[in-house]
Design a protein around this ligand. Structure first.
Ligand SMILES: [Zn+2]
Length: 408
């Protein structure tokens, strides 16, 4: 492949808007409290690398020495440069001046944090406000909410507390009754939001807390667990109860015809292999499962599931910045095996715009790389390259989450 071919495809891709299937964009208050480079980095994926920034020279030095070649950092830096119009790289010498520039941009305009996404090519972003499930951060100009159902899987008792300290009973206005009543309260809560156009998908990220091996219903056990005080419930009972609620959510997603986004791969490593979800996928044929993160590192497993099950949609969300080369492999693989090219999507999965824009640049690069290689190999024609690029950049996302019929 010549550089010219890559460049031609890349330039075309850069002219297109991008649809993101997944974000955790922080709310207005977070940005109003002021931004610095240290804060932006701590709230990007580089913050997960274990070199926290506390504003000191020493912390910055340690951070740069260790993290500067990590894929998260590479794309964050590019995003930062694009968002703030900076040519300089992040070094100890440029740190303060970059930080001041960033501070000023956010202080001058309280809407900067979301407007800048639009200005940098984002079309729409599916927002997962896990701290307030179903919220669009008050910015429906750009965000459409997915509904994080995880908390409901913990609602076995009035006093039980789900992830992010959310009380599930409180969240669905449930004041007591039977297990069936609880399920109905969940359904009502979601349905009401859906009717207002405030739920374009469901999301489950329980891979961070438990295995994604969600067994079929054990209704008897779920009913027994229901009403048990958090001090007395066993881990086994919690899992069984969680399975039961997860299955009900799969049914509701099918009824509402919204896709169900499921975190697979990188979380708790044992228990997040996408193959563990196969029984769920087989059981709920009418539910469309978006398998997130390419199941990284189990990329091929997601490809195989997409190959065998019509209700699997492979998503390269987050993968582009976890590992650029793995995302290239994932995309090439999914283009080959997915029964429908219209099923492949991507999202940045970020909290701050510098990271989101950087991840978007990664995705554009990855698509250009794969598409130009396919052309060079003679596997696709030049005129098909643009069709493919448009699907990957925004058409698939709009179709799957755009509130149309949602059918592929
Ligand atoms: Zn996420």
């Amino acid at each position: 492949m010549s550089n010219d071919e890559f460049k031609r495809v890349y330039d075309y891709i850069c002219s297109l808007p991008v649809f993101s299937d997944h974000e955790h964009h922080r709310n207005d208050e977070f940005f109003l409290e002021g931004m610095t480079l240290d804060k932006a980095l701590n709230n990007s994926y580089t913050g997960w690398l274990g070199f926290p920034l506390d504003g000191t020279w020493e912390a910055r030095e340690r951070f740069l020495d260790n993290a500067r070649f990590n894929s998260y950092f590479t794309w964050f830096e590019k995003g930062l440069q694009q968002v703030h119009g900076i040519d300089d790289p992040i070094t100890l010498e440029t740190w303060e001046s970059i930080s001041k520039r960033l501070q000023k941009a956010y202080a001058d305009d309280p809407d900067f944090h979301w407007k800048v996404l639009k200005e940098n090519g984002y079309d729409r972003l599916v927002q997962d406000s896990y701290w307030n499930p179903g919220d669009d951060n008050g910015h429906d100009e750009i965000f459409v909410p997915t509904f994080r159902i995880d908390m409901f899987m913990y609602g076995y008792h009035q006093d039980s507390i789900g992830p992010n300290d959310i009380r599930p009973w409180e969240r669905c206005g449930f004041i007591g009754g039977s297990l069936d009543d609880y399920v109905e309260a969940i359904r009502e809560t979601i349905r009401k939001r859906y009717e207002k156009g405030k739920v374009v998908a469901f999301k489950c990220a329980e891979a961070y807390n438990r295995t994604v091996y969600m067994l079929p219903d054990d209704r008897e056990e779920a009913a027994r667990a229901f009403g048990t005080h958090p001090d007395n419930i066993t881990e086994e009972q919690k899992l069984l109860f969680g399975n039961y609620i997860f299955n009900r959510c799969c049914e509701l997603a099918a009824e509402l015809d919204v896709p169900f986004q499921v975190h697979t791969g990188l979380a708790r490593l044992s228990g997040s292999n996408p193959m563990l979800l196969e029984p769920v996928i087989a059981r709920h044929q009418n539910t469309r499962f978006v398998l997130f993160h390419s199941g990284y590192p189990w990329i091929g497993e997601v490809g195989a599931l997409a190959h065998n099950y019509k209700n699997v949609l492979p998503s390269i969300t987050w993968t582009a910045t976890i590992c650029t080369s793995a995302a290239i492999r994932a995309l090439e693989e999914y283009i080959d095996v997915a029964p429908s090219i219209n099923s492949i999507t991507w999202g940045s999965d970020c909290w701050v715009p510098e990271d989101s824009v950087g991840a978007q640049l990664a995705w554009r690069f990855i698509c250009a790389k794969v598409i130009s290689q396919l052309m060079a190999d003679g596997r696709i024609r030049a005129r098909d390259a643009e069709i493919l690029a448009r699907k990957l950049m925004y058409e698939n996302g709009r179709r799957i989450y755009g509130g149309f019929s949602g059918k592929l």
